[in-house]
Design a protein around this ligand. Structure first.
Ligand SMILES: [Zn+2]
Ligand SMILES: [Zn+2]
Length: 111
């Protein structure tokens, strides 16, 4: 079972304290880590994994290309990113390096 928090400022991939007695979401073994998954303005989903499922997960996520939510291009440097106009607890997008750079530059110009 995944667990859902309330609205949160932390981003997908952050690590959280794991309560005792939780089973791995993938294989049912005792979980060793709680990682933040899907995050939106309503909250975050937590994924509880044992050490071996966590390592498998890491290998998959570092080698996949995913589409940027902003420009639609496939990139291997997309990262969870928030639109500052929507606030620190707003929706989270997968954004490529180019778009993150452009966004940071446009904010720098406004300040
Ligand atoms: Zn497992
Ligand atoms: Zn992009």
């Amino acid at each position: 079972m995944a667990h859902v928090s309330g609205p949160t400022r932390s981003l997908p991939g952050s690590h959280h304290k794991l309560p005792a007695g939780i089973a791995c979401d993938d294989c049912g073994a005792p979980a060793a880590r709680r990682i933040q998954g899907e995050t939106d303005s309503f909250g975050a989903e937590y994924i509880d994994l044992c050490e071996s499922c966590y390592q498998k997960d890491q290998q998959v996520s570092t080698t996949t290309e995913s589409a940027c939510n902003w420009c639609g291009k496939l990139a291997n440097d997309t990262q969870p990113y928030r639109d500052m106009e929507e606030g620190m607890c707003g929706p989270v997008y997968q954004v490529c390096g180019d778009c993150r750079k452009k966004d940071a530059e446009s904010w720098a110009r406004e300040i």
